[in-house]
Ligand binder design. Structure first.
Ligand SMILES: [Fe+2]
Ligand SMILES: [Fe+2]
Length: 282
């Protein structure tokens, strides 16, 4: 937990997939500059394992504000969970700006708003995993998932979802005992209602691979017990934008994305945080 300069304008980007971008990160950074953010959060799918360090290095050199990241499934393509997280952790320790949010615990942004985050993972629990014909590249291109039969794959996905939920069960009380409001940053939508796919709620074919039910359950439980406090979840993964009100005090924004055109999903004004809940829910 840290105190420092208040960060009023938090820019949010997701699924920037820099490995699909021709040239460098300049156009993306220009877009950021135009909204004058005090800080940036990127909710995963930044690149792929063999190019992730290079792309994070480019961002580090081009950006000028504190930047937190969580990783998405694509960030592990061509690598393993352990190796990629170790590489990113190391890179962030040597950077003035970049921070891997899961390792940071609770980050104070300003006023009564803190931020916590974890990569998250689609845990196979929503929709119909066994009947689903959807086979993500995750299941071939990530060392830890490659070669698993369907039963073992499902066990592994459950475990990954449980790890994400456990992280938030650990850090959220620390954040919410101290601050009134919290931003949760994660890659995968934690609720069916927030799992937008091509403009609609994802179907039972896609949900097992697109949503993290274990995390949703944890977040719902925490916020039900704290009706006077508020949580905004920022996520991506499905590349389809939308907003879902899960509880009066629990709002989820899922960011849209287009391969090869990294952009800004939104800017959150931490000083007007509570007004999001008055107007939100649509
Ligand atoms: Fe993505
Ligand atoms: Fe993703």
């Amino acid at each position: 937990m840290r105190r420092g300069t208040s960060m009023r304008r938090l820019a949010w980007a997701t699924d920037i997939h820099l490995n699909f971008v021709r040239g460098d990160v300049r156009a993306f950074c220009e877009q950021l500059r135009s909204v004058s953010p005090d800080a940036l959060i990127i909710t995963g799918d930044i690149s792929e394992a063999p190019t992730l360090a290079r792309h994070l290095g480019e961002l580090d050199r081009a950006l000028w504000m504190p930047t937190w990241i969580v990783l998405g499934n694509h960030d592990f393509y061509g690598g393993s969970f352990r190796a990629v997280r170790a590489e990113v952790g190391n890179l962030c320790r040597n950077s003035k700006r970049l921070r891997y949010l899961p390792g940071e615990g609770v980050v104070w942004l300003g006023g009564e708003v803190a931020m916590v985050g974890h990569d998250g993972w689609a845990d196979g629990r929503l929709g119909d995993f066994l009947r689903s014909q959807v086979v993500l590249n995750d299941y071939f291109m990530i060392d830890d998932l490659a070669g698993l039969d369907v039963k073992k794959r499902r066990e592994k996905l459950h475990k990954l979802g449980d790890e994400a939920a456990a992280h938030f069960r650990r850090v959220l009380p620390r954040a919410l005992d101290r601050y009134r409001n919290v931003i949760v940053a994660t890659h995968v939508p934690p609720f069916r209602e927030a799992c937008f796919h091509e403009g609609k709620i994802a179907d039972d074919e896609h949900l097992p691979h697109f949503a993290c039910a274990a995390l949703g359950e944890a977040l719902r439980q925490v916020m039900r017990a704290r009706p006077e406090q508020r949580m905004l979840v920022l996520c991506g993964h499905t590349h389809s934008r939308g907003e879902a009100r899960i509880l009066p005090n629990l709002l989820v924004r899922t960011g849209g994305a287009i391969y090869g055109q990294p952009g800004l999903a939104d800017v959150v004004d931490t000083q007007a945080f509570e007004s999001l809940f008055a107007a939100g829910g649509g």
